[in-house]
Design a protein around this ligand. Structure first.
Ligand SMILES: [Zn+2]
Length: 334
């Protein structure tokens, strides 16, 4: 039945109808508003007929007129916010410090107050404002996953990893706090494994920096230069570190790399990375002792560590252990 039918009170039967646009007036919160409305007309007797969908549309048009006049965010924009930032309606409400169901009610058409509307309008228009809210109020959320999912989306929206503050400095500080005798060579390897395994588990990179395929393995050049004075000696450790800079997932991956890789010397770890695809593929046919500043691309690192995670059936970052043990037993045989 393609034709639109409804019951006509005059004709006492279901009839076809047509729709006319008319200007309507309605009252909301004690004020009158003009809005573009519609009415359905019976094609047989010409009297107005009731069609629920059209009545709903008229009510929405009245609300829209109210929103426009009072500068209240539109329902369309409200509905776009959770998609735009990959966050649920309830978590968003909690981030805002509102009742858990408040935002859901606005999505169902409830009219926000001007004050709440202004907050939603800024969030809708300014991803950077939303990001600062997310960071500041993440403690309000019931799940860490909701935070991390939304964070990834917002970072992409803001133009990708490169504009994001890299966590490399925090990770270095933490490594120097946790590991008492980490040499520059071992530090480079630890950073490399943290970058790789974090991507395997979270599908995003912790560092924007790229590493290069040097003779002794993957190297983050700037960081190498910073600590090169230590040569083969351990870098001076940190006495203090505030771990709250890391999310639970970040900390889980970093801790597992510390536990499972940082127990080996830089030289042993060099054997690990020399047997792994990213370093080998990036160096190509270069002689073993040839200097190179070729970048080991993030794509290759991501691809390799995702494959490792799959091959070793890793469910949580603790499972990195199996891989490290296999790499170690291979390295002492070779
Ligand atoms: Zn009729």
């Amino acid at each position: 039945m393609n034709e639109k039918m409804t019951f006509c009170e005059e004709c006492r039967k279901d009839v076809a109808y047509y729709v006319e646009s008319i200007s309507m007036t309605g009252t909301l919160k004690g004020e009158e508003y003009n809005y573009p409305g519609k009415k359905a007309i019976c094609t047989e007797c010409g009297s107005e007929v009731y069609v629920a969908k059209i009545e709903d549309g008229n009510l929405k048009a009245l609300y829209d007129a109210y929103r426009q006049k009072n500068d209240i965010i539109s329902l369309e924009n409200i509905l776009e916010i959770p998609q735009k930032y990959n966050i649920g309606k309830r978590p968003l409400s909690l981030l805002l410090g509102w009742g858990e169901m408040t935002f859901t009610r606005y999505c169902d058409g409830d009219m926000p107050s001007k004050q709440y509307s202004d907050v939603l309008q800024i969030i809708y228009e300014e991803p950077a404002f939303y990001l600062s809210l997310l960071e500041e109020k993440k403690g309000n959320l019931k799940s860490q996953t909701a935070y991390e999912k939304s964070k990834r989306t917002i970072i992409e929206l803001l133009g990708g990893q490169n504009t994001e503050v890299s966590k490399v400095e925090d990770v270095i500080d933490y490594l120097l706090f946790r590991c008492e005798d980490i040499t520059p060579l071992a530090l480079q390897k630890a950073l490399y494994y943290i970058q790789g395994f974090y991507h395997a588990f979270m599908e995003s990179f912790l560092f924007s920096e790229d590493c290069e395929a040097w003779v002794h393995g993957p190297v983050y050049r700037e960081i190498y230069n910073r600590y090169s004075g230590y040569r083969f000696d351990p870098i001076e450790s940190n006495d203090e570190f505030d771990v709250s800079v890391f999310t639970d997932s970040e900390k889980a991956v970093i801790d597992s790399v510390i536990q499972n890789f940082c127990c080996y010397s830089g030289k042993i770890l060099e054997r690990f990375t020399h047997s792994e695809m990213p370093w080998i593929k990036t160096r190509g046919k270069l002689p073993a002792d040839a200097h190179s500043n070729r970048t080991i691309s993030k794509e290759i690192i991501g691809e390799y560590f995702s494959a490792v995670k799959q091959k070793y059936n890793m469910l949580t970052p603790n499972d990195i252990e199996n891989y490290a043990q296999v790499m170690f037993s291979r390295s002492i045989k070779s």
